[in-house]
Unconditional design. Structure first.
Ligand code: ADP
Ligand code: GLC
Length: 493
């Protein structure tokens, strides 16, 4: 089976969040199951050595922004071909993937990711200039979603199209004058097509024109069909319920495992978790300027600072955390007011709160290893990978019961403790009161070494490897091979 897998970010090359982790690991798991996989991503300036990658096709200039070239590289550590969409006017610039240095979305994101979708569609046509035609095109989030309406509009024989939703909050909505500029038909600009409140929504285009929809946990698949989680598209999703499924993300244990993690000052495994975590904690306390207190429970957060993540709730319970003798370490970046508020808190409580603003892969690993608890008070969480990584590091996730958090963490209730199935602490609803109470439970648990160690070791034994998810995706792809398509998607659209 030939699979073209398109994503706007891929670990370890470029990453802003969990999407990159998925796009860096799932293709390798699919290739290990025997699929012929090719990856597609923009040739961003930050990509090491992109200019040296051989040119393998010229796609022309569909939007008047200069020629688009496809270059070939490999996904690091594998022999999976990585095709880079090279258009210097759109992708060769400083700043982050989606925003300029001052944190504003690039004003031409419509064309940048319009081109990514267009290129994915062009390379999926029977007459692709590469002479390799996929059976399945797998798209991720709004940045690649336009490939689906392009293929429908162009017609002819097309691959099965799978669209995976990693987050309903990011929709890619733009003014409708874009429709002709993108070369898409006005007939698609309707309520049943990609029109959304008088704009073109790239996310909706994926939801409407793909054959199958998936999201990254079973609970989130249910949640997004309701107004509270659907960001205005719950009706569209409910209409497509028969084609929508939740496949839980995995963890790449070649990257996230404390016994082989090159970022850690001290590596450890299940047999040496107590000493290993103590050593990493001491080093982190030193490096972050916190007093070296082995007995203080260390709470950490590694996160984008956004409304989704409930970080404001964390801010409001911080005085109580401090009063109970705990320490808190944050690695994150995002909304300015949250960055400022945590910086101010660290300044006024240097004994208990330490903040590292920005993005650091190394620090993310070190925090996972050093912390006793990782806090994820998310209001919604499509899957969440941080809590899955935390378990492998013997760090207890403290999570709000939503989306993938609900699907991956077993609360330390009395029954779960007796049964030996507990892996963390779960609370609801997403309120500061519920969070505060849960943190108090966590601190109580921390003082009970035997129970704490039992939960740690159960967490470390969990296996969220990607092979399970890969097999579920393959079953889905299989149902979409020519002559095997059912359901409401596909040719009917
Ligand atoms: P999301 O994709 O919504 O941000 P996930 O939990 O799925 O949430 O994935 C987050 C990923 O991004 C994890 O790999 C985590 O380690 C990483 N991450 C988040 N914030 C930072 C940061 N400031 N520095 C380094 N890595 C980060
Ligand atoms: C999104 C979600 C996160 C998920 C990740 C990878 O960024 O916010 O919950 O784990 O995508 O699927």
């Amino acid at each position: 089976m030939r699979l073209l897998f398109a994503s706007s970010e891929i670990f370890p090359l470029v990453k802003t969040g969990g999407l990159a982790d998925v796009a860096g690991a799932l293709p390798a798991a699919l290739a290990a199951e025997g699929l012929d996989v090719r990856l597609l991503m923009p040739a961003y300036r930050s990509l090491p050595g992109r200019g040296d990658c051989p040119e393998i096709a010229r796609l022309g200039d569909p939007f008047g922004r200069g020629d688009t070239i496809i270059r070939e590289s490999r996904l690091p550590g594998t022999d999976i071909p990585l095709w880079l969409v090279d258009n210097p006017a759109l992708f060769d610039r400083d700043g982050s993937l989606y925003q300029d240095d001052s944190g504003r979305d690039w004003p031409d994101n419509d064309i940048r990711f319009g081109l990514l979708g267009w290129a994915a569609a062009r390379l999926s046509q029977v007459n692709s200039p590469l002479g390799w035609v996929p059976d399945i095109l797998h798209l991720h989030d709004w940045q690649t979603a336009l490939a689906a309406p392009y293929l429908r509009a162009w017609g002819g024989q097309i691959p099965g199209i799978v669209f995976t939703i990693h987050n309903m909050a990011y929709q890619g909505c733009f003014a409708p004058d874009l429709v002709p500029r993108l070369g898409l038909p006005w007939s698609f600009y309707t309520m049943d097509g990609f029109e959304y409140w008088s704009q073109i929504s790239y996310l909706k285009a994926g939801l409407v024109y793909a054959d199958r929809l998936t999201t990254v946990s079973p609970t989130y698949a249910r949640e997004i069909q309701s107004p509270a989680f659907g960001f205005g598209l719950d009706g569209v999703l409910a209409n497509r319920a028969a084609d929508l499924s939740g496949i839980l993300n995995g963890a790449d244990y070649s990257v996230w495992d404390p016994s082989i993690d090159p970022h850690l000052p001290c590596r450890y495994d299940a047999a040496s978790v107590s000493e290993g975590k103590a050593a990493n904690k001491a080093r982190l306390q030193q490096d972050m300027g916190l007093p070296e207190r082995p007995d203080a429970p260390l709470f950490a957060a590694v996160t984008r600072l956004s409304d989704q993540k409930g970080i404001d709730l964390l801010l409001s319970v911080m005085p109580s955390v401090i009063a109970q003798g705990a320490q808190f370490a944050l690695l994150g970046s995002g909304e300015r007011w949250l960055e400022d508020a945590f910086t101010a808190m660290a300044r006024s409580c240097p004994e208990t709160v330490a903040v590292h603003l920005g993005y650091s892969e190394e620090f993310a690993h070190r925090l996972q290893a050093a912390a006793d608890f990782v806090l994820m008070p998310s209001r919604f969480e499509p899957c969440g990978l941080t809590q899955i990584y935390a378990m492998r590091y013997g760090t207890l996730p403290v999570v709000q019961r939503t989306g993938g958090l609900a699907d991956t963490v077993v609360d330390a209730t009395y029954d779960a403790m007796l049964a030996g199935t507990a892996t963390g602490l779960v609370f609801e609803p997403p309120s500061s009161g519920a969070l505060q109470w849960c943190i108090e439970r966590a601190i109580g648990l921390y003082r009970n070494r035997a129970q704490m160690e039992r939960i740690q070791s159960t967490g470390m034994r969990q296996d969220f490897g990607w092979d399970r998810a890969a097999r579920q995706y393959i079953a889905l792809y299989d149902g979409l091979r020519p002559g095997r398509r059912h359901g409401t998607g596909g040719e009917a659209r």
